[in-house]
Design a protein around this ligand. Structure first.
Ligand code: C5P
Length: 266
């Protein structure tokens, strides 16, 4: 894969014309565009078809429903010829297996083969307290010493974050065991998820930022170089690019960062 193929631009915009303008502007630089609930709810399959003429499609609707519904929805995602799509890991093993069945049963394949099914683990906007309210963190796990903590992090924050990352790891392993192709994770979970799930399991990282810029609602962020260096296969960036006054410049910087990390990995 070239550096550009590893960058996914999230088109989190409701207006299809604006989304297409941005995709047109970036099509020579970017391998894939992510379509989420916002653009899809506004324009449906037409959004996929329009953007598809400008690059690959990552359909990020995070299916979370009964297995039979998710199996059928997955078949429809294949019919749209997307390259990747998401289900939510919290839907459980049976639901994730159903998504895979839906893909395998479909007679259609995307140009690059069947779409990759990714599991959304924990949204990076969640912190320890929001997960605890839903009973989604349990006890101390062994990742505490295995995450690259910065020197400024104090013990309580580290403890809470390691609990969140432990949950990400459990969901990622469940997704792998259910036959999914990979997972979407926050940046600080990249390295440990790869260690736990192995090199053939795709890791897609969100929370990608330029140093010192607005992290918005992410509790964990990394530069593209850090994320690819930690083991991510793809990095997703939305607002840093689509809300920038210089989207081409930011994209170019991200591609250079990815290329540098790939060279360092070799
Ligand atoms: O923050 P940015 O605009 O780069 O977000 C890119 C993608 O990351 C979004 O489309 C969303 O799916 C995902 N995201 C997330 N957790 C957040 C914020 C965004 O998983 N807190």
């Amino acid at each position: 894969m070239d550096a550009k193929d590893r960058l996914v631009v999230a088109l989190d915009i409701s207006d299809l014309q604006s989304a297409c303008l941005r995709a047109e502007l970036l099509r020579s630089q970017v391998g894939m565009f992510k379509i989420g609930p916002r653009l899809y709810t506004a324009h449906g399959p037409a959004a996929v078809k329009e953007v598809q003429t400008r690059g690959g499609i990552f359909l990020d609707l995070k299916y979370h429903d009964i297995p039979t519904t998710v199996e059928d929805a997955s078949r429809e995602a294949v019919n749209l010829r997307v390259d990747m799509f998401t289900v939510h890991c919290l839907g459980g093993t049976e639901m994730m297996r159903a998504a895979r069945r839906g893909v395998k049963a479909s007679p259609w394949t995307a140009p690059g083969g069947r779409p990759k099914v990714l599991g959304a683990t924990i949204l990076t906007s969640h912190d320890y307290n929001s997960l605890r309210r839903h009973g989604l963190v349990k006890g101390v796990h062994d990742v505490f010493d295995r995450v690259n903590w910065g020197p400024e992090d104090e013990a309580q924050r580290r403890f809470e974050r390691s609990e969140v990352i432990s949950r990400v790891i459990e969901l990622a392993k469940e997704a792998r065991d259910a036959g999914l192709d990979g997972v979407v994770v926050p940046p600080d979970a990249i390295r440990v998820v790869q260690e736990e799930c192995g090199p053939n399991f795709l890791i897609v990282a969100v929370g990608i930022r330029q140093p010192g810029t607005n992290s918005h609602d992410h509790t964990s962020t990394m530069t593209p170089r850090e994320a690819i260096g930690a083991g991510a296969d793809y990095v997703v960036a939305g607002r840093p690019i689509i809300e920038s006054h210089d989207p081409v410049g930011v994209t170019r910087w991200m591609i250079e960062e990815i290329a540098a990390a790939m060279a360092e990995r070799r």
